[in-house]
Design a protein around this ligand. Structure first.
Ligand SMILES: Cc1cc2nc3c(=O)[nH]c(=O)nc-3n(C[C@H](O)[C@H](O)[C@H](O)COP(=O)(O)OP(=O)(O)OC[C@H]3O[C@@H](n4cnc5c(N)ncnc54)[C@H](O)[C@@H]3O)c2cc1C
Length: 414
């Protein structure tokens, strides 16, 4: 029966999630094909490119030197009045396109087949005597049509399989969630002390933030994520014009030969999708809505969900059972490990209900180093706030504070 199918697993999209899903599946001996719509992996880059040591260790990644741009010390959160507090948690800024190419190449080295310029555009159920067996997949590119026992959707924010697969009532598997815009420039000769600077300045980034992510050779990604999508570029230009970045040169990143110096993309912000599995299907990474709600990082979650999906695929293939009951294991695995989305979201919403001055006042009550803010540290922040402005304490500042806590690397935060 297995041999009636072209492959065991079709992975759709060769971002960090898809590349790692293909790598993990191939390592487990599954016949795996990884397809990518673009002619090259990793470009255009749509990422600030940072990943924490905690993530690298959790994923057991042995990063080769060429994918690393810079070692960094952690993040510094800068409040609207300039008050800054740091969270020392070391990590890397990557050359993200090279990182993604490295993962995909590792998958190929383990036996996966990589097919560029292939875009999935439909999926049809294959059943026998009412039992689900797999998918007939079609699209644009030389690999199609293709039959696969399992499809792993790693198509990023476009979340293609959620549209192709219909439930019994002919509704799509998931309704489309909300997205925010992220946009950045690469600037030259940017001063840095090795921290990623995150400016929570609603004036420029509504319900988002502005970042400076330092890279090697004095380069840095300076960008923002905002809910005000139409104004994203204008707001970023204004931020640069109003700050010490004003005199710095905007240059094309190494992977870009011509065109506008801006680069970016969209980020899902509605949280994990209601359905992250179905018969013979698992959604991973951005295609499942896995991004951290406060700082919107998603690479770690994409890479880790790929591990859970591959584990589940192996079990399903071994049991010769691709039913959604087996695939449910995938959803249980990520649910047991991923950060509490609703709690962070509640904190983020509380944070953005504060005025700029309230936000700065809250920031001033944090210790200078936030990484070792245990229960006592948090209580002290509460006491300081009560003392300075009791009304603010009761204005949901506690969930806002907790959102910072949950956005730490150990909770997949950046
Ligand atoms: C401006 C910006 C900055 C960010 N900064 C950070 C950061 O610093 N750190 C961090 O952790 N996260 C960051 N993120 C989020 C991070 O980039 C994503 O969470 C991550 O890339 C998700 O990985 P993925 O593999 O799920 O999807 P993606 O990286 O989006 O990959 C999906 C792939 O699927 C392909 N594809 C789509 N449809 C099809 C199809 N039908 N057939 C075949 N292929 C298809 C696409 O071409 C793409 O290559 C940022 C995002 C943005 C927009």
């Amino acid at each position: 029966m297995a041999e009636d199918f072209d492959v065991d697993v079709l992975v759709v999209g060769a971002g960090p999630g898809g590349g790692n899903a293909a790598l993990q599946c191939a390592r487990k001996g599954l016949r795996t094909v990884l397809i990518e719509d673009h002619g090259e992996i990793g470009t255009p880059v749509h990422c600030g490119e940072c990943i924490s040591d905690e993530a690298v260790a959790n994923l057991r990644l042995n990063l080769p030197p060429e994918v690393i741009s810079k070692r960094v010390k952690g993040i510094r959160v800068i409040f609207p009045d300039g008050t800054s507090k740091q969270l020392t948690e070391t990590g890397y800024v990557l050359e993200k396109h090279l990182f993604e190419q490295w993962i995909a190449q590792s998958a190929v080295n383990e036996g996966a087949k990589l097919s560029l310029k292939n875009r999935l555009s439909s999926m049809e159920r294959i059943e026998k005597d009412g039992k689900f067996l797999g998918w007939k997949c079609d699209g644009k590119g030389d690999i199609f049509p293709l039959t696969a026992r399992i499809v792993i959707d790693a198509s990023g924010v476009s979340a293609v399989c959620s549209k192709f697969v219909k439930l019994g009532n002919n509704k799509p598997l998931n309704e489309k969630g909300k997205v925010v815009a992220g946009m950045q420039y690469e600037l030259a000769d940017v001063p840095t002390d090795g921290y990623l600077d995150f400016y929570i300045w609603p004036k420029y980034a509504e319900k988002g933030y502005v970042w400076m992510i330092p890279k090697c050779d004095g380069r840095a990604n300076v960008g923002l994520v905002t809910e005000d999508r139409p104004r994203a570029k204008k707001a970023l230009d204004e931020f640069i014009a109003d700050t010490h970045f004003n005199d710095l040169t905007r240059q094309l990143p190494q992977w870009k030969q011509k065109g506008s110096p801006t680069f970016g993309g969209t980020i899902p912000i509605s949280g994990p999708f209601e359905n992250t599995h179905h018969d013979g299907l698992m959604l991973i990474g951005d295609a499942a809505g896995f991004t951290s709600p406060l700082f919107e990082g998603g690479s770690h979650l994409a890479l880790k969900s790929a591990v859970f999906a591959a584990e589940t695929a192996k079990i399903a293939i071994d049991k010769n059972d691709m039913s959604k009951e087996i695939m449910a294991r995938y959803t249980s695995l990520w649910k047991a490990e991923f950060p509490p989305y609703e709690k962070i979201l509640k904190g983020k919403n509380a944070l953005f209900e504060l005025s700029d001055s309230e936000m700065s006042l809250m920031g001033s009550c944090f210790p200078d180093e936030m990484s070792d803010m245990g229960i006592i540290g948090k209580a002290m922040v509460g006491v300081r706030l009560l003392f300075k402005k009791p009304g603010l304490y009761f204005k949901k500042v506690v969930p806002a504070m907790l959102a910072f806590g949950y956005s730490r690397a150990k909770f997949y935060g950046w």
